[in-house]
Design a protein. Structure first.
Lengths: 302, 423
């Protein structure tokens, strides 16, 4: 790297650290693409899920993760425990006993429209792609603020590796670019998972609810939660019964830090001016200064 | 400077003129000489601290080789941040806040009374950033990428963490510039000393601005943990709470550190300064008391504002009251009455309680009141390795501080040639 490049990069870093937020507060996470490209996502109809865990196996195969045993006897065992995604499982099915009987819920990254993880990332390793996929890159420094900033506790960290990564579902971004379906969607035998543009799956969800008002609760989880997500859920029972938080609100998570970020450029301009002003105003007149110096020299201290 | 292994001929001109370097080899010889320990090596402090430090370094190597998982740290998927971020970095930076507060008082408001302690405070602040904030290298999982936000791979300019990272870096430079006249005096570099002296005001103004932003920025990091931090602690004004608390956290550290250094290095301090020092402590106690009262008021106001009062009568509510009454209101009154009665013991006691309170507060945000609904058995507690490495970093900082105080004009008067008009 020659000096010019270094200065250029260093300069833009300083400028970014100081004024970048004024120029584009909250714009790094796509709020929708001008080209008209839509976010893609998956509609999860929990009334159709049978808990076969084929999506888990397909996901592991696609992403090079340890392949789970999904025989019926094994499934019974595994599903007894409450489950969560991990650094080796991007998607897991959890079993819930509810007022309408047993319900299986596949969980993975919600691919928020404005993800907290991406807004938290200081190197844009977590990114919201214009196609809706939230992906992770290896320029990550491993600070784990994405884990803290995710309302769904999705990003997982490989604690037991010397060269750890952040692990989570990326909505099969690589397969999407090749025109293929996400691994889990392709493997689902019951049509519990349906992929498509967010508009399509939202319409489909609404259609299913209005066609079967007795079957579903009148709510699509993810339509408005945390500003909307690209993963949408349908349910037969209120969502808190199948492990969804209802206290997350409808504000997009990055909005919570914009208040602070907006204040940054103002402080950066006003603070130095105010301080220089006070410094000039408190300067002693010449006579005082002389007296002051004497006093100083007497003590031999400064 | 007991036990100094120098002959008298060396000592006398050095005190007056500082060393002079005609050749590079002179400089290397001087540094070599300065690197050697002075005085009695087998002091109780050294005998206790050295084994801890060495054990810590071994454990640091193991952490880099094996990653952050068990048994190195107890961090897990529910608790991504633990002692190293919560205490070393976030609390350490709050404790280092004394430097920017005193710089504001001395260089901006020109209150000369506090000038005598500015160098020790700035040095402490600088070393705190270097070591405690430097401890972040151990905590970040992919530490070999740490320069990425600096070189633009990639600039996440809208991330609070990006701002904090850059501000840490720039503030360390600003503090180095603020302290550098002492280094120039140590090396006897007169012309450089003059230039660095002129740069002080700029560094101070820049440094205070950076401090305002990253002290509050550390709080802003937690803004998106809205659903995880207990409502008594989570408010949209966390950044302001962090900033206000850094004022008295930093000054309490100045009182605490000062009362130790003035004992340990008392031979370096002239008599008039010793007398004067109590006045300084009383002044600092008054500032702390006022800042803490404001902070207490804010804490209560925000709980009402966020409609969190209903949580007071619950276990977490008692924990909140414990922090707010025991570690804010009580030391606030102790500072006030200690200053009123000129009771130095009371002021120092208040400083220690305040520091414990700041540790509690910052740990509340990182893990104690974070994911507060998780049962106690699943909660994160620091592992012994995390504790030893933390202790080893603190002790290393103390060694570095001692080394510099023993050699540079930090507490002792600067050489005669350097005493000149500064503003």
């Amino acid at each position: 790297m020659d000096r010019r490049t270094f200065l250029k990069i260093f300069g833009s870093g300083v400028a970014g650290a100081t004024t970048g937020n004024l120029l584009s507060p909250g714009r790094s996470f796509a709020k929708g693409d001008l080209s008209g490209q839509e976010f893609n996502g998956i509609l999860v109809d929990t009334t159709r899920c049978i808990g076969c865990r084929r999506c888990e196996k397909a996901c592991a195969e696609v992403n090079g993760l340890p392949i789970p045993d999904i025989s019926e006897s094994k499934n019974e065992d595994v599903l007894k425990e409450p489950r969560n995604t991990s650094d080796t499982q991007y998607t897991v099915i959890t079993k819930y006993e509810t007022e309408k009987g047993t319900i299986f819920v596949p969980k993975r990254c919600m691919h928020c429209n404005q993800p907290g993880c991406a807004a938290a990332c200081l190197v844009k390793a977590m990114k919201k792609r214009p196609t809706g996929h939230v992906t992770w890159d290896s320029n990550c420094i491993g600070c784990r603020l994405c884990m803290i900033s995710c309302p769904f506790d999705i990003p997982k960290f490989e604690y037991n590796k010397a060269m750890p990564r952040i692990q989570k579902c990326n909505l099969c971004y690589e397969r999407f670019k090749k025109g293929e379906l996400p691994g889990c969607v392709e493997a689902c035998p019951t049509g519990a998972l349906m992929s498509g543009s967010r508009r399509q799956i939202l319409e489909e969800g609404k259609r299913r609810i209005s066609d079967n008002p007795d079957k579903y609760v009148d709510h699509i989880y993810g339509e408005y939660e945390v500003g909307g997500t690209s993963h949408l859920y349908l349910s037969a029972v209120p969502f808190e019964q199948i492990g969804f938080r209802k206290d997350l609100g409808t504000v997009a998570y990055p909005e919570y830090s914009t208040g602070f970020l907006f204040a940054v450029p103002f402080i950066f301009v006003l603070w130095p001016l105010a301080m220089l002003g006070i410094n000039r105003a408190t300067k002693k007149s010449k006579e005082d200064e002389g007296h002051h110096e004497e006093h100083h020299n007497e003590k031999g201290k400064h | 400077m007991a036990g100094e292994k120098l002959n008298l001929v060396d000592v006398v001109p050095e005190k007056q003129e500082g060393p002079s370097f005609k050749r590079i080899s002179d400089f290397i010889d001087f540094i070599k000489k300065e690197l050697k320990p002075r005085g009695n090596i087998a002091t109780p402090f050294n005998l206790i601290s050295l084994p801890i430090m060495l054990l810590g370094y071994v454990l640091i190597v193991l952490r880099l080789a094996y990653g952050l998982g068990q048994p190195i740290t107890n961090l897990n998927q529910q608790y991504p941040w633990g002692l190293w971020i919560g205490f070393d970095v976030v609390t350490g930076v709050a404790f280092a806040g004394g430097a920017y507060v005193l710089c504001f008082i001395v260089y901006i408001l020109r209150v000369e009374k506090y000038h005598a302690i500015i160098r020790a405070t700035v040095l402490n602040g600088f070393l705190a950033y270097l070591f405690y904030a430097g401890a972040i290298v151990l905590d970040i999982g992919r530490w070999w990428n740490i320069y990425n936000p600096m070189i633009g791979n990639d600039f996440g300019v809208n991330a609070v963490m990006f701002l904090v990272a850059w501000h840490f870096f720039l503030y360390m430079l600003a503090e180095l510039v603020e302290f550098s006249p002492a280094i120039a005096e140590w090396l006897g570099l007169r012309r450089l000393r003059k230039i660095l002296g002129i740069m002080t005001l700029g560094a101070v103004v820049f440094g205070i601005t950076l401090s305002t932003l990253h002290q509050s920025g550390l709080g802003a990091l937690m803004m998106m943990a809205k659903s995880k931090i207990h409502p008594l602690w989570y408010t949209e004004f966390i950044p302001i709470l962090y900033f206000v608390s850094s004022i008295f956290a930093g000054l309490s550290m100045v009182i605490f550190e000062g009362s130790i250094t003035h004992k340990v290095f008392s031979y370096q301090v002239d008599a008039s300064h010793h007398e004067h020092y109590n006045d300084i402590l009383v002044g600092l106690a008054r500032i702390c008391s006022v800042a803490m009262f404001g902070y207490f008021f804010l804490k209560v106001l925000l709980v009402v504002h966020e409609h969190a009062v209903q949580y007071i009568n619950s276990p977490m509510g008692y924990w909140w009251l414990f922090e707010v009454i025991g570690f804010i209101l009580v030391p606030c009154f102790l500072f006030a009455s200690g200053a009123q009665q000129r009771n130095m013991a009371m002021i120092k006691f208040a400083a220690i309680i305040t520091m414990v309170g700041i540790i509690l507060n910052r740990l509340n945000y990182t893990f104690l009141a974070y994911n507060w609904y998780v049962p106690l058995s699943e909660k994160y507690w620091p592992s012994w390795i995390e504790l030893i490495i933390t202790a080893s970093i603190i002790l290393t900082e103390v060694w570095a501080f001692r080394w510099m105080v023993n050699r540079m004009p930090v507490l002792k008067a600067p050489p005669a040639w350097a005493v000149e008009k500064e503003h």
